[in-house]
Design a protein around this ligand. Structure first.
Ligand code: DX5
Ligand code: ZN
Length: 214
């Protein structure tokens, strides 16, 4: 399993410390960017992304929980972000266009969905997206409880990806830790995002390792 720790629950007074731990052990670094409009919360913006990028060596994975996500692709690319996902709820009929645009700019491009959207809605983007981000909590806050139905959603999506022989990856995000990662691995997840389980732990490196071994 590839692991993308989320910095949403980092210690922002000592952000460098958490970035260095995550950067040393993780596969990707997940950046949760919120605008207070698509989701009922605001996280951090470009100055923080820039600081993180200045010391990160692992790929930066920006999860855009914002309206008009395409507006920010260029800026993120200039900062060195290499994976970008945006919400289907924000993009709607423009989803295919945004994926194309992000891929043409050199990003690994993904489309994300909240738990209340049928996963079948994204079948048409298999092959057009480098990854699909299946939310296992409602986007907006770290530290929420994992929604168990996600396992079935991931399995359904994985079956369709395999049926088409596509190489689109499945990333799952929210409430993930050592207790539920094995079920996600079995269902076909390729990447898990984990915020509070990793950075809320005494030993983040050990938690990342446990997740990777699933
Ligand atoms: C939720 C974010 C997630 C989340 C992960 O809006 O997209 O990345 O913060 O954190 P935990 O693992 O605490 O749910
Ligand atoms: Zn996220």
């Amino acid at each position: 399993m590839k692991v993308a720790p989320s910095l949403l629950t980092a210690d922002f007074l000592h952000l460098e410390k958490d970035v260095r731990i995550v950067d040393e052990h993780a596969d990707l670094i997940h950046l949760d960017i919120m605008d207070g409009t698509l989701v009922p919360n605001i996280s951090f913006g470009f100055p923080v992304v820039k600081s993180i990028a200045s010391i990160a060596t692992k790929p930066l994975d920006a999860h855009l929980m914002v309206v008009n996500p395409d507006k920010w692709f260029e800026r993120l690319r200039e900062l060195g972000v290499s994976w970008v996902s945006f919400h289907y709820e924000a993009a709607g009929l423009k989803t295919a266009r945004f994926l194309r645009q992000a891929r043409n700019m050199g990003f690994k491009a993904g489309v994300a969905i909240n738990p209340d959207i049928p996963v079948e809605k994204l079948f048409k983007y298999i092959g057009k997206a480098d990854f699909i981000l299946v939310m296992s909590v409602f986007a907006g806050f770290g530290g929420q409880k994992f929604i168990y139905e996600t396992i079935d959603r991931v399995a359904k999506l994985k079956a369709e990806i395999s049926r088409r022989g596509a190489d689109t990856l499945i990333e799952v995000d929210g409430g993930i830790g050592p207790g539920n990662v094995a079920a996600l691995a079995e269902a076909g997840a390729d990447i898990v995002v984990s915020g509070s389980s990793v950075l809320g732990s005494e030993d983040p490196a050990a938690v990342i390792r446990a997740l990777q071994e699933a």
